[in-house]
Design a protein around this ligand. Structure first.
Ligand code: CP3
Length: 345
């Protein structure tokens, strides 16, 4: 049994010495697990997110099956978006669809800043149940989407390749875009602080699609909201700030906030950390498709990342993005075991 002070994931978040490098995977609670696929035959994804007993069961799966060092709440970044007034659907093999996308000032006007305890109580209930289940085992990470990534879903009405509508609102109606970002930022601050109050021991902010912006646009349209977001988070727990395609704007992500910066697979982790500065921790950055390869490849890629980091305190091993739905489980487990074996202090 370890006390919450001794969890290696939280120690790494605080840049303390660890017995070996902690590792978890983004999207670790999901379809590459047979138990998850079996459960999905009975329930829809949103039903699973909104039923604490089911969300708890899925959250525990990766911890039980592959020995990761942290659990992340089973939910989705779009749950609070739905509560703000968006008609959300998850369409099989298409992903999330918003049936009333946000295109005009009037659409933004109609959106609500949520009251998490009233509007998404199941999230806090799941967290409370999970803390009991996980006591002495691993810490629990809460999360949210970042304002830009959530705004892009709301404006585009779903996933996007080029973010044309989002960027058009940004350039042609900057006041409206700013109003939308403000509402999402205020929602996100309340949402994350409620998760922390319910028991989340760290939080991660997913700015998954931020890499589509130039540094000029990040600075102008996104930075103030991110500073407000991180500046208003409860100081009791560490915050991880993650994005993909961020090699050109890493320094801006750090300036925006977060104790740990999540980096994708495109940049060597030692270079990313040198640019960020060693006063923040770093999480990442294994290419997730490597997990389909032979064990020799996985081991050499894990070793490469660990060698580049050289046991510097503040590293959390993770993939560069979410694990893919058909990744072989035995390879994911092999990766986790290899990180632990090769990083023994
Ligand atoms: O990390 C975890 O295991 C915790 C749970 C979690 C999910 N989504 C579960 C999920 C987290 C942290 C997310 C975050 C999320 N959701 C992000 C940011 C992370 C990233 O990958 O950058 C984004 C962009 C979303 C939006 C979203 N949700 C998409 C695009 C999709 C469809 C993708 C697909 O592969 O079908 C989802 C659905 C989703 N979220 C699933 C899971 C397990 C699959 C649902 C299913 O069909 O069973």
């Amino acid at each position: 049994m370890s006390s919450s002070k001794d969890y290696r994931f939280l120690k790494a978040c605080r840049k303390e010495e660890v017995d070996c490098t902690p590792v978890w995977m983004m999207r670790q609670a999901g379809r590459y697990l047979k138990k998850y696929r079996d459960m999905r035959k009975k329930y829809s994804f949103l039903e699973m997110c909104k039923t604490p007993e089911l969300a708890v069961e899925v959250t525990l799966m990766p911890f039980e099956e592959i020995d990761v060092d942290a659990a992340i709440l089973f939910s989705d970044i779009l749950i609070p978006v739905e509560a703000m007034g968006i008609d959300l659907e998850f369409v099989e093999s298409k992903g999330p669809i918003m049936n009333n996308p946000v295109r005009t000032a009037g659409d933004i006007e109609k959106l609500r800043v949520i009251d998490p305890g009233e509007d998404v109580p199941f999230v806090m209930d799941s967290i409370k149940l999970l803390r009991k289940e996980l006591e002495g085992k691993v810490p629990l990470i809460g999360f949210s989407g970042a304002p830009f990534t959530l705004a892009s879903y709301m404006i585009e009405g779903g996933g996007s390749k080029n973010y044309l509508l989002t960027k058009q609102m940004m350039y042609n109606s900057p006041g409206s875009f700013n109003d939308l970002m403000n509402k999402i930022t205020d929602t996100t601050i309340k949402y994350l602080n409620s998760q922390i109050e319910a028991g989340a021991q760290a939080v991660q902010v997913f700015d998954s699609w931020i890499g589509c912006l130039s540094s000029l646009d990040y600075d102008r349209y996104v930075m103030p909201h991110m500073k407000k977001l991180f500046g208003n988070l409860s100081k009791e727990v560490p915050a991880i700030h993650f994005g993909t395609g961020t090699s050109a704007i890493l320094e801006l992500l750090k300036e925006a906030g977060g104790h740990i910066i999540g980096v994708d697979w495109r940049i060597n982790i030692d270079l990313a950390w040198e640019r960020l500065g060693y006063d923040v921790g770093v999480q990442g950055n294994l290419e997730s498709v490597v997990l389909y390869g032979p064990e020799g490849l996985i081991e050499s890629r894990v070793k490469d990342i660990l060698d580049r980091v050289g046991n510097r305190p503040g590293h959390i091993f993770n993939l560069g993005h979410g694990i893919n739905p058909d990744t072989p489980v035995d390879k994911a487990k092999f990766m986790v075991d290899t990180v632990h074996r090769l990083s023994q202090r």
